[in-house]
Design a protein. Structure first.
Length: 133
């Protein structure tokens, strides 16, 4: 994650609590090379001790989780696609529930409406918010 993203992910997690796994590995690459590794910017496992872990995987079967994708730019289709398909990948791991969050530095009204229709929560954290914290 970049310096423009990680502080946003952590700021969101600090309000929610639970185990934050940064760069969560949702999919492992296979030896044949026809499946690539897929990482999610942040995965919060609710009900766990409030701490941060970097990388790796975690058994989320039967757990309530929050899937986070973060960009230090305006809400757009790239971030929206990451959020949507990250949730789809996580569903294969059988969590009890998945809340999907797209964190960005600036909103786009039209794109935000599309996110709402897909049950993707948009959280706007402008650069100025980092300076204030």
């Amino acid at each position: 994650m970049s310096k423009h993203e990680s502080w946003r992910t952590r700021a969101y997690w600090e309000k929610v609590g639970g185990l934050l796994i940064e760069e969560f590995q949702a999919v492992s690459a296979n030896s044949g090379g026809n499946v690539a590794r897929r990482l999610i910017d942040g995965l919060i496992v609710l009900g766990e001790e409030t701490t941060v872990r970097s990388g790796g995987s975690f058994d989320i079967s039967g757990r309530d989780v929050i899937c986070i994708q973060t960009k230090g730019s305006r809400l757009g289709m790239y971030l929206m696609g990451q959020a949507f398909f990250s949730r789809e990948l996580l569903m294969k791991l059988n969590p009890l529930s998945i809340r999907t969050v797209a964190i960005c530095s600036k909103n786009d009204e039209l794109m935000s409406e599309l996110c709402a229709a897909q049950d993707i929560e948009v959280v706007v954290m402008p650069d100025s918010q980092k300076m204030a914290s």
